[in-house]
Write a protein that binds this ligand. Structure first.
Ligand code: SF4
Length: 315
């Protein structure tokens, strides 16, 4: 069977119930001295204390719907069943969803309610359940998947994150998450600290990518739809082509040349990057030359599943 055609069942379907419950309990306990992401704030979110993600142990969902803007292998004909969590464990100054990720617009939800949303999206024909900005509420989401499984969820689960994870926490997702989809933003810590407020991002995400790839391997498809594996996104940034090159080199040299990599061209300076002179370096859209340089570099490296999409390039 080729790498592009498999008939995977969602991995969480075969996780023993006792192990599922143990993972939920362990993750839930982390709210008390939070180390759910690479910030490792150590705050007690159960007592209302806030870390960098600026939210206690109540999860909020800003929206959920069949999303047709994701990669073809996720959206298919009926859409990717996307559930947007409010807040985020990264603080990118250029975030296009800043109302959701920085300003916490959303309704409080329980794991049971998230499970119901997942089942509703399944009933609407979506091809997967796609948790956006999941990391800071991983306990809620793992419990939601557990509940939804008992009620018949049978779709791949996508972990759509910024990559600022902790390997120790990722290990609790092994056998639960089908598709890891990190947006690998920076290959230099200075830019990560300045633009995403994520110290040590590059060394951290290299470890996380190794762990994600160890768990799920290269992206697998069935009838053109992703069923499991690693899907790496990279939002190409203005004036940071060298950083993008290092990301591609890492993927080719240390993960796999069969890694599915989506080079995204749609960067626009939203939020603070649009208004603050301090971020002028990323205060414009990318050029065709910048994008093409990265595409060429990826091909030279032998990355054979590079998704190239110039539809969103500036005219
Ligand atoms: S999820 Fe991350 S940012 Fe939020 S409190 Fe925990 S360690 Fe801090």
């Amino acid at each position: 069977m080729s790498i592009n055609e498999t008939d995977d069942a969602p991995v969480y379907r075969s996780l023993p119930s006792s192990e599922f419950k143990r993972r939920v309990e362990t993750l839930w306990s982390r709210y008390g001295e939070c180390d759910l992401c690479a910030y490792d704030c150590g705050v007690d979110r159960t007592a209302g204390k806030l870390g960098t993600c600026q939210v206690d142990d109540t999860a909020h969902v800003s929206s959920y719907f069949p999303h047709f803007g994701e990669e073809d292998c996720l959206r298919g004909h009926n859409g990717s069943g996307t559930i947007f969590l409010a807040n985020c464990n990264m603080k990118c100054v250029f975030c296009q969803n800043f109302e959701t990720s920085h300003q916490a617009m959303g309704e409080p939800v329980t794991p049971d309610e998230i499970a119901s949303m997942s089942l509703e999206l399944q009933a609407r024909g979506c091809h997967n359940i796609n948790f956006v900005s999941p990391t800071h509420h991983s306990p809620h989401l793992v419990e939601a998947i557990r509940i939804a499984r008992e009620r018949g969820l049978d779709l791949p689960v996508v972990w759509n994150c910024g990559g600022y994870e902790r390997v120790e926490i990722l290990k609790y997702l092994d056998g639960i998450v089908d598709i890891y989809m990190p947006d690998v933003k920076w290959a230099d810590d200075r830019s990560a600290a300045l633009y995403s407020k994520a110290p040590g991002y590059w060394s951290n995400i290299q470890e996380s990518l190794h762990e994600m790839h160890r768990q799920v391997g290269d992206l697998r498809m069935s009838d053109g739809l992703a069923t499991g594996g690693l899907l790496v996104r990279h939002l190409v940034m203005p004036n940071h082509v060298d950083s993008g090159k290092r990301i591609l080199e890492f993927i080719a040299d240390e993960l796999s040349r069969d890694t599915f990599v989506n080079l995204m061209a749609q960067y626009q300076p939203h939020y603070k990057a649009r208004t603050e002179e301090f971020y002028a370096d990323i205060g414009r859209r990318i050029t065709s030359e910048e994008y093409d340089t990265l595409v060429e570099h990826g091909r030279d490296l032998g990355l054979n599943r590079l998704q190239v999409d110039r539809r969103h390039m500036p005219a």
